[in-house]
Design a protein around this ligand. Structure first.
Ligand SMILES: [Zn+2]
Length: 476
């Protein structure tokens, strides 16, 4: 059945990885669970030796120079020819073609290979693509900027050339039953050499390979704290089926209770960031006593970045496990369609129209960001996609004020964490009641979706063209 022809179904914005969400009534189907293979990434820590780290830094600098050079070329072409009859615009492919000629004058290309050069050019292309998209949508555009070496952090490989994995194969037990012989696993990068991989990294990569994944892309990032990380993109990863269930579960996300489920389960995220903040504030006080950019100052700065990164990792890990728990319980998940951009927007206002309750809103913003509700939704979508399950985003209006038993909607029904219906005296934890209301709304959406013949969301880009959500742009 064609997704667009049914009166109930409308195609909406892109949400789940690369598909267009379907709008059914006031709900959106953001994960339709029809994929047979997935695109997944593995993020691993790299521990290069001192020599390799220096070479990686050189490669990063080289990528930065290429990025700035490619940007300069596009700007110049535009500025010089914009008043002429035919302004010249340079495309990504024009620049790709020039790389071969550049090779003769730039020995670094011979050393590191063409792939990272193309990767940097593609990033310029994406920056321009995003710029023109924002111009078209009437948002604040922000022209692509030159990047200093300190701000340029990532080396990109868009194809599996110029790097490969050594000694990482899907683990199979040997014929005699003993585990496979251990080979030193490493990530080989042209011009840099072998970077040994940790045990954790190897098992993460093996798991994706065992599910049929092929590694296609690589990005290597130097974080603010100076640590190196790699992100490998895998294609063709098989699903991870879970126990079949058709039960619908609404998830009420909130600041105090991170996720409430209709069966009464309350999942609360430990205050990772709040804990880290005390430590960070302490470090920041120490930093004030040193001269800016002095070696001591830089050292403390790195420690601050490290502390943030740790809290972030732990919080991300918690969200992932929480999502796995939720997805394993329900076959169809319904989330409220929160507009987090508006919720966390500062209430400060402008100088002419100062906002009200700036301080209170700031506190709320902070705890909202802490709760990382969007990350939880993200992980729920990822895990649901992986298990072939569906995720709905339903209208959140009055979900915390409506009574699940009689449908009476009143702000007075709720008193902090307690929900007591003014009409039928139904009592429940407020967030659990909200989760039950969301479940009911998910059920309505699911029913009308089935009545419409279970249409499937369309891909926004064909599989082989899809990469980082980039739109092909050819203009400058
Ligand atoms: Zn009631």
């Amino acid at each position: 059945m064609d997704a667009v022809s049914h009166p109930l179904v409308r195609v909406e914005t892109v949400i789940a990885s690369d598909k267009t969400a379907l709008r059914v009534g006031s709900a959106k189907l953001i994960v339709d669970g029809t994929d047979t293979t997935l695109v997944r990434k593995a993020e691993i820590a790299l521990r290069p030796s001192r020599v390799r780290a220096r070479l990686l830094s050189q490669l990063l600098q080289f990528s930065c120079d290429i990025y700035n050079g490619a940007l300069q070329q596009r700007r110049d072409a535009w500025h010089i020819t914009r008043n002429s009859a035919q302004p010249i615009s340079i495309s990504r492919f024009d620049q790709f073609n020039e790389v071969k000629e550049l090779k003769e004058v730039c020995p670094a290309i011979g050393r590191f290979g063409i792939t990272p050069v193309r990767g940097a050019i593609s990033r310029v292309d994406e920056a321009f693509g995003a710029f023109f998209r924002r111009v078209k949508n009437g948002e604040t555009p922000g022209y692509p900027r030159f990047k200093s070496r300190a701000r340029f952090r990532t080396i990109f490989y868009d194809t599996p050339t110029g790097w490969h994995l050594r000694g990482v194969t899907p683990s199979r037990p040997r014929k005699d039953g003993r585990p496979a012989k251990a080979v030193t696993a490493a990530l080989y990068v042209q011009g840099v050499g072998d970077i040994p991989l940790t045990k954790g990294a190897v098992s993460q990569l093996r798991r994706l390979m065992a599910r049929g994944g092929e590694h296609r892309t690589l990005s290597i990032t130097r974080s603010r704290s100076g640590a190196w990380r790699a992100c490998l993109g895998f294609r063709g990863v098989a699903l991870k089926p879970l126990t079949e269930t058709t039960e619908i579960g609404g998830v009420d996300r909130g600041i105090w209770v991170t996720a409430a489920l209709p069966d009464g389960t309350l999942l609360t995220r430990p205050p990772f960031l709040t804990k880290a903040r005390a430590q960070i504030a302490d470090l920041q006080r120490q930093r004030e006593q040193h001269e800016k950019f002095s070696p001591e100052w830089k050292k403390i700065n790195k420690a601050v970045a490290k502390s943030y990164a740790k809290a972030h990792r732990r919080s991300e890990n918690w969200a992932r496990h929480c999502a796995i728990e939720i997805v394993s319980r329900y076959g169809v998940i319904s989330l409220e369609d929160l507009s987090l951009v508006n919720m966390t927007k500062s209430s400060r206002g402008t100088t002419e129209f100062p906002g009200k309750g700036v301080a209170q809103k700031k506190g709320l913003n902070r705890s909202l960001q802490d709760a990382a509700l969007a990350r939880l939704a993200y992980w729920i979508c990822v895990k649901a996609e992986e298990a072939g399950r569906r995720v709905w985003k339903v209208n959140p209006k009055d979900s915390s004020r409506e009574c699940i038993v009689c449908g009476h909607t009143d702000a007075a029904n709720r008193c902090r964490a307690r929900f007591t219906c003014r009409r039928c005296r139904h009592e429940e934890h407020a967030d659990v009641n909200a989760a039950q209301v969301l479940t009911a709304r998910g059920q309505v959406a699911e029913t009308s979706w089935c009545a419409a013949g279970c249409p499937v969301a369309k891909r926004t880009l064909p599989r082989n063209r899809r990469r980082r959500g980039a739109e092909p742009s050819t203009t400058t």
